[in-house]
Design a protein around this ligand. Sequence first.
Ligand code: NAD
Length: 287
Amino acid sequence: MEITGYTRLAGLIAKPAKHSISPLMHNTAFKANNIDAVYLSFEVEKPQLAAVIKSITALNMIGANVSMPYKMAVIPYLDELSEAAKLIGAVNTIVPSGNGLVGHNTDGNGFMRSLADINVDIIKKEMTIIGAGGAATAICVQAALDGVKKINVFNRQDDFFATSQAKLETIAQKTQCTITLRDLADTKAVNTAIYHSHLLVNATAVGMKPNEDQTALSDFSAFHENLAVYDVIYNPRETKLLQIAKEKGLKTANGLGMLLYQGAYAFELWTGKKMPLEIVKPLVENS
Ligand code: NAD
């Protein structure tokens, strides 16, 4: 694609940012849709964050993604938040509008959309999630908004446990979903929850490279034939947790689907066009 005087800019604001596959996804999608725009990765230092967010408007950018460590830090610089972003308390997509900059969070939507790829339907059903950090909260919010009946959240006794209790209560109050938060060390409670669940999600970094031999769970005896197991990690593609679930013949998914579809939702918010998944999905899978 030729860059002209009309070419518009989109980009990722994060640190680190250079490793991201978002430029590959969005530039491919811009080209396939004949949209005269480019997507770049910007590794931003914290003192520059306010100026960078202001430049989205000043440079008439198409939009921006936000990743670690700025998903919460950008909120004071935005004019409006989507319902999901408000409940999650974090933003991964910024959309310029007539009323200023709107913060969205497409991680949870991306997760929910990716379940269709493994034919898993959890609406009106129960799920169990390990972790109460950013990814877990995004998943809980969208699952609750979409109509999941009950979410059993388990976290170790760290700072996340203390801070997420109030957040999870608010999510439960604003939706029809029952949400509990309990100690991950309570194996009996974990097993009972898994036994009643249709989906188990690891939303911690436990099992990620270089700690591929680790799992956040230590007991897999409650895994049953109607359980699907999802790991938000995509590096490695198959974590130890997924290996164990596969050995038991269960449906599994890694975090690539969540990554792909959060990008697809962001693209749609910026352009009003669908991301050409038939082209972008293989690129993400082979990245
Ligand atoms: P975070 O720092 O916000 O939360 C980390 C969570 O992991 C917390 O709940 C913490 O208590 C828990 N945790 C940390 N170490 C643990 C341990 N040893 N045992 C048990 N629990 C532990 O991080 P996050 O942004 O939620 O990211 C979590 C994972 O999700 C990362 O691997 C990240 O790469 C992945 N992620 C994937 C996608 C995707 O699109 N697939 C999107 C966002 C995040």
